[in-house]
Design a protein. Structure first.
Length: 278
């Protein structure tokens, strides 16, 4: 195996990661020989594990929770996306031996919305629910698509306002408490809270949606999330989960490493079928 480039995903937990299967599918499709595995890393052991990985000849890492901030700190150089996000999910060994950090989450979201779902963002009224790491990771690419307005709401309003201070130089941005939603409607609503995983939902007014509103949840599962069920109940025009984003962000990582862009559609369909059968 010494002549084959080695890649991995680091996380904790990691057992249910779909990254090895996704990258194996990309490699087969693009006729690329590589090794990719999932690695459980101790909560306090990221830096040492990453250093050992690259010293042993590793070519690139994907990084998932809870290590994205540590990957950001580990990198020698950062893309603008990663610098803005304050987190990295992709590390690449550069030609000079330095480690390059990038964040492909936001571009994965944009590609899924535009290329796979056929949605547009330019000129729209956009609402982002949540102001944590997931929201921070998507804001820069989202604002680059030139929405007409973008509002971030969060249970802790100061966190939303902090994101406004950091990203408002890119485009129109507003942030604060859920009370800002009164008497307003949006063309696109993105759930970036972790509530979708627990089945809980913020108390959202049904008046947020118009007859053409699209709703996107960054998480995914075998069943529709609580946010997706809320959107469908209130007759959203279109509703999607984050599976496409997962595959698209992986495709961007693969492109950074291998300089070839895989087709994502077949992989998204494969995972969707596996979820339905589980």
């Amino acid at each position: 195996m010494s002549g084959i480039d080695k890649y991995a995903v680091f996380g904790n937990p990691i057992k249910h990661s779909r990254s090895p299967k996704i990258h194996a599918a990309f490699a087969q499709q693009c006729e690329q020989k590589l090794q990719y595995r999932a690695v459980l890393v101790k909560k306090d052991g990221f830096e040492e594990a990453a250093r050992r990985f690259f010293e042993a000849g590793g070519a690139g890492l994907n990084v998932t929770v809870p290590f994205k901030q540590e990957a950001f700190a580990f990198a020698d150089r950062l893309s603008e996306r990663a610098a803005r996000a304050g987190a990295a999910n992709t590390l690449t060994l550069g030609e000079d031996g330095g480690i390059e950090g990038d964040n492909t989450d936001g571009i994965g979201l944009i590609r899924d919305m535009i290329a796979n779902l056929g949605w547009v963002i330019q000129g729209l009224r956009v609402l982002v629910l949540g102001a944590g790491g997931a929201a921070r990771g998507i804001l820069e690419p989202l604002l680059r698509e030139k929405p007409g307005e973008l509002l971030i709401v969060n249970r802790t309003p100061d966190r939303a306002r902090a994101l406004v201070a950091q990203f408002s130089d890119i485009g129109p941005l507003e942030g604060g408490a859920f009370s800002l939603l009164a008497d307003r409607s949006f063309d696109l609503i993105i759930n970036a809270t972790s509530a979708g995983l627990s089945g809980e939902m913020p108390d959202l007014p049904g008046t947020l949606l118009t007859e053409r509103s699209c709703c996107y949840d960054l998480v995914y599962g075998a069943e529709p999330t609580a946010f997706m069920r809320w959107a469908a109940h209130h007759a959203a025009w279109a509703v999607a989960d984050g599976l496409g984003m997962l595959v698209e962000q992986a495709a961007q990582s693969f492109y950074l490493w291998r300089h070839v862009r895989p087709e994502t559609g077949p992989v998204i369909r494969q995972i969707r079928e596996e979820l339905a059968a589980s």
